[in-house]
Design a binder for this molecule. Structure first.
Ligand SMILES: Cc1cc2nc3c(=O)[nH]c(=O)nc-3n(C[C@H](O)[C@H](O)[C@H](O)COP(=O)(O)OP(=O)(O)OC[C@H]3O[C@@H](n4cnc5c(N)ncnc54)[C@H](O)[C@@H]3O)c2cc1C
Length: 355
């Protein structure tokens, strides 16, 4: 009998450029490449674009974006996405780039945690302070339960229906899911280390009503231990500030302690690093590997300042560097968007005939 054929992997996606990181600087890179007629795929480990602006301070005003005396951080991201729209980048969100490797033919292989693979002409790493990871429960052994009994995000709310559920945290995610799941779970306990909550006051008030009505319980303390039954999560122990412990039935724990950045796989791609940042030149922002560029908070060079403004400048010069890398024979010249018919055509602001 002949051997069954190995399942063929789908061919890698052929890409002109892959951008790693969809923070403000990665988003602006789409635009700057687009002006030069270069297309991009952009990947982020988060499920939404915006990097630190969206994840850490969406409602805060920014005052140092040129020509915008005041601009909300989320508003800035929305504007960048809008500005990049004519260039139709392909977004791959919710997946971490795990591998970036120079191939013998000069192309760059990129792989993600979701199994996507690319053969790219060039790669721009706009990874900021690294990929955001959930803060995890600090209980020894609990990592083996990740995805079965312990979760840091909700993939399918139905998984928690008719289950004993413990939700940890005091922010919007913890309170929103508490309110949403209290009548679906068999039992629901919210555990928060203190009496005050960071979540929207309306959801905190709703949660307190549910507690008063006996439809869920609220415990002030920290989950410090877990108990298994047949290798499945069965209960957790919650320790209060005075040291007293209570045992709570728990088939699932949903922990929402926020996210923290981790340089993660970027450090393993063989690129020259200095103090956890990628060393680049200041002409084209190329790393120590030809064809791999780095812009924004992730890079370092003499005089580097981690500002959005600096990242925008770096994206503009990197685009020219990438154009030269992809098309070394092509003559480069500077065009203004105000007067260049070809750029205006690319932007979709004039007719589609060849300029
Ligand atoms: C509270 C606060 C206020 C600030 N205020 C200002 C201000 O007023 N003005 C100013 O100029 N700057 C300000 N900054 C700094 C500014 O936010 C950063 O300089 C900017 O976000 C850097 O943009 P970036 O695109 O380089 O990186 P980031 O915004 O960090 O985005 C990087 C993205 O890359 C993704 N990523 C990383 N590694 C991977 C991987 N392996 N695979 C897939 N995705 C990956 C991350 O998930 C992230 O979304 C502020 C920062 C903070 C925290």
């Amino acid at each position: 009998m002949s051997e069954p054929a190995a399942a063929a992997l789908p061919l890698p996606i052929e890409a002109e450029v892959v951008i790693v990181g969809a923070g403000p600087v990665g988003l602006f890179q789409i635009f700057e490449l687009g002006l030069l007629g270069i297309s991009a795929h952009i990947i982020d480990s988060l499920r939404q674009v915006g990097g630190q602006c969206t994840e850490l301070y969406p409602d805060k005003p920014i005052y140092d974006i040129p020509a915008l005396p005041i601009c909300g951080a989320q508003e800035l991201i929305d504007r960048l996405v809008e500005q990049a729209k004519p260039f139709k980048a392909t977004y791959h969100l919710g997946q971490e780039v795990t591998e970036v490797r120079l191939l013998p033919d000069g192309k760059i292989f990129v792989a993600t945690s979701a199994g996507a693979r690319f053969n790219a002409g060039a790669v721009v790493i706009a990874g900021g302070v690294g990929s955001f990871q959930p803060r995890r429960l600090a209980i020894p052994g609990v990592e083996t339960l990740e995805g079965t009994g312990v979760h840091y995000r909700v993939k399918a709310a139905g998984d928690f229906h008719d289950k004993d559920l413990v939700i940890c945290g005091g922010g919007d995610s913890a309170l929103d899911w508490t309110v949403a799941l209290h009548d679906k779970a068999r039992s629901l306990t919210l555990v928060h280390r203190r009496g005050e909550f960071r979540a929207a006051p309306a959801s905190v008030a709703r949660m307190r009503e549910l507690v008063a009505a006996g439809r869920m319980q609220l415990l002030e303390g920290t989950v410090v231990a877990h108990h298994l039954d047949n290798e499945r999560l069965a209960a957790v122990e919650v320790q209060a500030a005075d040291g007293t412990r209570s045992r709570v039935r728990a088939e699932h724990v949903l922990a929402f302690f926020g996210l923290h950045p981790k340089l993660g796989p970027i450090a393993e791609w063989g690129l020259e690093l200095e103090k956890k940042a990628l060393k680049v030149d200041t002409e084209k922002f190329q790393t120590s590997v030809p064809g791999i560029f780095a812009i924004g908070d992730i890079n370092t060079y003499p005089g580097k300042k981690k500002l959005i403004l600096s990242g925008f400048h770096e994206a503009a010069l990197a685009a020219f560097g990438i154009q030269h890398h992809l098309f070394p024979g092509k003559r480069q010249f500077l065009q203004y968007t105000t007067t260049s018919p070809i750029m205006q055509k690319r932007l979709g602001v004039v007719g589609t005939e060849d300029a």
